[in-house]
Design a binder for this molecule. Structure first.
Ligand code: GUN
Ligand code: ZN
Length: 462
């Protein structure tokens, strides 16, 4: 059970997105107040947000966390990551399949032991919070118990988590294989117990077509039809050798997307990690289905999988929904800031420039929209959960030296995306409760002075 929040006001340089800046332009999308405030109610939801000087009288007696000139944003959302890979960052494989067999499968096999899984779940979730990530879509292992352990640990923290037991019945060590019947039985029991409990959601999770038989894909599709409210989470078109294996194993399919599609796994709730090597037909089909392809830049460069072409997927005549994610531990950083920076570089290698607002939108409201959770998270609007991240634009000497170059908000955001990491995260709030504070940060600075428009906290330390 999550820890209750008793209401508070959080102040800082407020930034949130009302819409997608890449689609509607900055002036319609960006909401920014240099001295902003978010009032949180006792349930942990946003009761009000706006200029600090205009804070309504009814919130003035609440305790205040004043973060001065630090940026106050919705918490980051990581749209694809793996909790059982948290001990194996920087494991070098020749490519995806080599990396899976050499490092990943042996490590995931250890999650049969509840103590091993428990320790990992605690560290993994705390690490998300330290990096300013307040919601995530997470791969577990094939083990039902390891998945329950993660769900319970997320529930204790009050986190918004989308996860599910991995289904995989072939091309993996025996210790990591289920079968079509047990995979569905375990998944269904987990859905009944955990889906929509507190802030948790269940994702019907097929690892990828390489590790599932046709019987298993069919069973997963039937499960998705029985639970249309659950997400479907898998990997798609990440590496050349993977695609060749899928072609060999499913000769009747016209392409990789078609394999999932024929079994009912492509739809508006589908989250498909990578999607680097997609044909025009696949883009059209994914666009038509309203599915989401999740860009994982640090993973794609680390495993040599390829360079995701975000502009191509966004083509207006058949836009494919796009999320952004770390993909720990194909990915090499928990930081969504670092992930944005790498997405920028990958786009540059295709000759495209991604603006800083575009990147920050992707990691907050953009991911929330793709997950269908934008009524709950991703922006600072009344009624949404008060999941917040506070970013210090001068967190490190290098960022400090870079600051004079920043003439406008976009410059500051860009520097954070290229140079920032967990050191830039001053505080993280989950449902209004402070879940992480950078050591040495002076957080709660008192109560607001009574009277309309009174200065918030004189001499607030930054
Ligand atoms: N494809 C199938 N499994 C995995 C995985 O664990 N990581 C990545 N990056 N791709 C995958
Ligand atoms: Zn992955």
């Amino acid at each position: 059970m999550s820890v209750p929040c008793r209401g508070r006001v959080v102040c800082g340089a407020l930034l949130t997105y009302r819409d997608d800046p890449a689609r509607v332009g900055l002036e319609h999308a960006v909401l920014h107040h240099l001295r902003g405030a978010v009032a949180v109610d006792s349930d942990g939801r946003i009761a009000w947000r706006g200029r600090a000087a205009q804070l309504p009288a009814r919130f003035r007696s609440l305790p205040v966390d004043d973060h001065g000139t630090s940026l106050l944003l919705p918490g980051f959302i990581d749209a694809h990551t793996h909790y059982p890979q948290h001990r194996m960052l920087a494991a070098p494989g020749r490519d995806l399949l080599d990396w899976l067999h050499r490092f990943t499968f042996p490590e995931e096999s250890r999650y049969a032991a509840p103590a091993y899984a428990s320790a990992a779940a605690e560290v993994f979730l705390d690490r998300l919070l330290r990096h300013g990530t307040t919601a995530a879509v997470v791969f577990s292992t094939v083990h039902r118990q390891a998945t329950e352990i993660l769900l319970a640990a997320a529930e204790r923290r009050g986190l918004a988590l989308v996860t599910g037991k991995t289904m995989m019945d072939r091309n993996a060590p025996e210790t990591l294989r289920d079968d079509p019947a047990s995979g569905v039985r375990d998944s269904e029991e987990l859905i009944e117990r955990w889906h929509r409990r507190e802030r948790l959601r269940y994702a019907i999770t097929v690892r990828f077509a390489v590790t599932s038989s046709e019987d298993q894909l069919r069973a997963a599709g039937e499960l998705a039809a029985r639970y249309p409210d659950c997400h479907v989470h898998t990997h798609l078109a990440e590496s050349e050798r993977e695609i060749a294996a899928v072609k060999r194993d499913f000769p009747w399919a016209c392409d990789y997307t078609d394999v999932y599609d024929r079994f009912g796994l492509i739809g508006p709730n589908s989250l498909l990690a990578h999607g680097i090597h997609l044909s025009e037909r696949e883009c059209e089909r994914l666009s038509q289905a309203g599915a989401t392809v999740v860009h994982c830049p640090t993973s794609n460069t680390f495993l040599g999988s390829g360079l995701f072409d975000i502009e191509r997927l966004r083509q207006v005549q058949r836009p494919v929904g796009i999320g952004i994610a770390t993909d720990i531990a194909g990915g090499t950083s928990y930081s969504m800031l670092h992930t944005m920076g790498e997405a920028y570089k990958v786009a540059m290698l295709h000759g495209h420039t991604l603006g800083a607002h575009d990147l920050f939108h992707l990691a907050t409201r953009g991911n929330a929209v793709q997950l269908g959770l934008d009524d709950e998270i991703g922006c600072l609007e009344p009624g949404r959960w008060a999941d917040l991240v506070v970013l210090d634009p001068a967190a490190t000497p290098v960022l400090q030296e870079r600051q004079p170059l920043s003439r406008q908000l976009e410059d500051t955001l860009f520097a954070l995306a290229i140079l920032g990491d967990d050191r830039a995260v001053r505080a993280t709030y989950v449902a209004g409760r402070k879940a992480w504070t950078r050591p040495g940060t002076n957080g709660t600075l008192g109560h607001l002075a009574p009277g309309a428009g009174a200065p918030l906290v004189a001499g607030a330390r930054h």
